[in-house]
Design a protein around this ligand. Sequence first.
Ligand code: AMP
Length: 427
Amino acid sequence: MVKKPKFQSPTGMHDILPEEQKYFQRIYKVSENIANFYGFKKIDTPILEETELFLKGIGIATDIVGKQMFTLRTKGGDYLTLRPELTAPVARAYLQHGMFNLPQPVKLWYFGPCFRYEKPQLGRFRQFWQLDFEIFGEKSPLIDAQIIQIFYNILREIRLKNLIIKINSIGDSQCRPYYKKLLTSFFRSREAALCSDCKRRLRENPLRILDCKEEKCRSLISRAPQMLDHLCEECHNHFREVLEFLDEIELPYHLDPYLVRGLDYYTKTVFEIYEESETGRTQGALGGGGRYDGLVKLLGGKETPACGGAAGIERIIGVMKEKGMKFLESAPPKIFLAQLGPLAKRKSLKILEDFRKQRILISESLGRDSLKAQLSRANKIGVKYVLILGQKEALEDTIIIRDMATGRQEIVKLEKVVKEVEKRLKK
Ligand code: AMP
């Protein structure tokens, strides 16, 4: 058995190897195009934030804050946390940079890693990447529908097909407290049947119970009162309009009365998008989000309606791989530069630079000294022309252009080589 090297990447954290990069790039490109189309500006925030931001923003009783944060104490005694999600940091940046003074709404998008101390399993890592779209300063239900449409479109453009949108409304500070009371009394009389986590949730925030994946809790949850039956008039009308907008753009959705999402800052609309796998393999939601009208105020700003969502890059890649998606490989270089001798080697860097400036792909093997080895490499790549810079050519400022198909060789002036090659490539 081959012995594992002593150092491995930390549990639940992975390298993104060269062969994985094309998946990331594809998702990034599609997201960027859609962001530009809908007028979103890119933002990046630090990997670390003050721990307090997440305690306040996400909520102390949530699993993320209670169990999943990577927190460290600095030498100066401050507590910092590796961001478990991006909405609270982006809301912090919106406030810190006075973006409330800009014409509203402010639309921001993001692509970066997040960290959660979770039990690693299929589709669940400790470091994972998210793409994130947020709209601040707009209360219209149209925005909720647009955010859902954006995530749906991104996934469709990546060519994922069997997408399911789950949607619910979790009300606001007007109607949710009453619903919470109803939930509490429903579960209190059945407390013995709950898992130990849910017993705790019952005291801290009964809404969290609806999120529980334990089988014995699920069967109780399916009989619990539903928020949709207890929305106040404003939340009811808002939700109705969101659904009407979704109908208008013909997005298929399922009402899921028990969808609450694992973060405290949501108000009104919440949604998640899943892919119905042909193999029955399930790795959880590809993305999700909702409205968070209270978050900016909670962090010290003015009342600011807002809505957004995030999707997990590794989970999207999981589906892309499962479907065996192919990518157009970028065209291999048609030119190879072979060099012989110290002077030729020295001149090679300048030649490569001349080709780069003209945007002509050129390959090389500067570390090799033997011409035979270099030519065999050029053959493997399958280039059309090899440029050979021997000692004599380097001294005379010339270079040989060898046509690999015919074996014909021509000597040209070094300063003209880019033009000469361009001419031949156009033929
Ligand atoms: P959340 O806000 O927790 O629903 O996260 C948004 C999206 O990020 C999810 O729908 C997943 O696609 C992804 N995600 C969340 N947690 C993880 C994780 N631990 N590992 C991989 N992806 C995750």
